[in-house]
Design a protein around this ligand. Structure first.
Ligand code: LMR
Length: 334
C-alpha cells in the first residue's frame, strides 16, 4: 500500500514537473534577431525599432524581437550568410547588396533610373517590383518588404565637385555591387568595395577619396566631417529589402507568421513615411555643421552626370532584363 502511494506520488510529481516544463517551454517567446548596419536615427534604424514594438504588441509573450544596429552583431560582409545559417532571422540590406543572389535587383543601382523617391515607390509597389521580393526564393531568401532611405549624393575630399570630369582618377568607396563598380569606372574613377562599417576610416585616412550616400547615412556616420564637398547629384537610390530565411519563416506557427506580417506592414509604413523627413533633416544638420560644403548643381551639370553614367544601363540590360528596366522607366512617367 505504502509502495503504491509512493508510486502515485512520484507519478503525480513527474506529471507536475513535466507539465511545468511544458508550460515553461510554451511560455518561452520565439527570439527574432534583427541585425542591421546603420544608426538607430536613420529610416532603417527607426523601422527596425517600430517592427519590434508592433510585433511584441501583437504577439505578447510569444515573440521577442532583438534589434542590433550599427553592425554590432553582423557587418554587411557576414549578415547574409548569418541569415542563411539561422544565426539572425531578419536583415535589411541595401538593394545594392544582392547581386550574388539575383541579377534582377541590380535594377535599383542603375544610375538615374528613378526620377525621385515617388517613382521608386511606384515601381516597388508594381507587380514587377513585388515579384522581385520572391526572386531569391531558390536561395532560401524571402523578401518581406521594401524600405526607403533616399537618393544618393556624391562626396569627395576635393573642393571642386560639379562635373563628371572632377572625379577622374579619384578612389570611391562602393557597396558590393557590380553596377556601382561600372558606374565609377565609366567616370574614370577607381571604385573600391568596402563594408559600411569601414567607410568612415577609409575616408578619414585617405584610403578612398569619396563615397556616395544618402543624407541620413552621411550625417549619422559623420562622413561630412571627413569630406570637403558633397554634390547634390541625386544620381541613384539607396533603399532596402527586408528579408528573412524562408525555411525559418515557413516553419513558424500560422498565427505568429500572420502577426509578424502585420507588424512588418506597419513598420514599413512608418519607416517609409519618415525617410524623406529624416533625410531632409540630416541635410540641414550637415549644412549647419559647416564642415563639408554642400554643392548644388545646375540642370546642365546634372545632365552631364546623367550622360556620363548612361552607358552603364546597356551593360547590365541582359542581366537585369529589359522587361524590368521598361517597368522601372514607366514608373517615372506618372
Ligand atoms: C552602405 O553600405 O552604404 C549602405 O548599404 C548602408 C545602409 O544599410 O544604409
Amino acid at each position: 500500500m505504502k509502495f503504491a502511494t509512493t508510486r502515485i506520488a512520484a507519478a503525480v510529481g513527474l506529471t507536475l514537473t513535466l507539465g511545468l516544463a511544458a508550460a515553461t517551454a510554451h511560455a518561452a517567446p520565439i527570439v527574432i534577431k534583427f541585425s542591421h548596419v546603420v544608426a538607430e536615427s536613420t529610416p532603417k534604424g527607426q523601422g527596425a525599432l517600430k517592427f519590434k514594438e508592433l510585433a511584441e504588441a501583437a504577439l505578447p509573450g510569444k515573440v521577442e524581437v532583438q534589434v542590433f544596429p550599427n553592425s554590432q552583431l553582423f557587418g554587411d560582409g557576414k549578415e547574409m550568410e548569418a541569415l542563411l545559417l539561422g544565426d539572425v532571422q531578419i536583415i535589411a540590406p541595401s538593394l545594392a547588396k544582392f547581386d550574388r543572389y539575383t541579377k534582377k535587383i541590380q535594377i535599383f543601382d542603375l544610375p538615374f533610373m528613378f526620377d525621385d523617391m515617388d517613382a521608386l515607390d511606384r515601381f516597388q509597389s508594381s507587380p514587377k517590383g513585388q515579384e522581385l521580393l520572391d526572386s531569391m526564393k531558390s536561395k532560401g531568401i524571402k523578401g518581406l518588404a521594401y524600405w526607403h532611405n533616399g537618393l544618393k549624393q556624391l562626396s569627395t575630399n576635393k573642393d571642386k565637385l560639379t562635373r563628371p570630369e572632377d572625379v577622374k582618377g579619384l578612389k570611391f568607396r562602393i557597396q558590393s555591387s557590380d553596377v556601382l563598380e561600372a558606374q565609377f569606372r565609366q567616370l574614370g574613377a577607381n571604385p573600391q568595395k568596402l563594408a559600411f562599417s569601414e567607410v568612415y576610416q577609409a575616408l578619414q585616412t585617405g584610403v578612398v577619396d569619396g563615397a556616395e550616400n544618402p543624407w541620413s547615412n552621411i550625417y549619422s556616420q559623420k562622413f561630412h566631417e571627413v569630406q570637403k564637398t558633397i554634390a547634390v547629384t541625386n544620381h541613384g537610390a539607396l533603399d532596402y529589402m527586408v528579408i528573412t530565411n524562408s525555411g525559418w519563416w515557413d516553419g513558424l506557427p500560422e498565427d505568429i507568421r500572420a502577426g509578424l506580417q502585420k507588424a512588418m506592414a506597419g513598420a514599413t509604413e512608418h519607416a517609409n513615411k519618415l525617410a524623406a523627413e529624416i533625410n531632409d533633416r540630416d541635410r540641414q544638420r550637415i549644412a549647419d555643421a559647416g564642415k563639408a560644403k554642400i554643392q548644388t548643381l545646375s540642370k546642365e551639370d546634372v545632365a552631364a552626370w546623367r550622360t556620363a553614367m548612361q552607358p552603364v544601363w546597356k551593360k547590365f540590360e541582359d542581366q537585369i532584363g529589359k522587361d524590368i528596366i521598361d517597368a522601372a522607366s514607366a514608373s517615372n512617367q506618372q
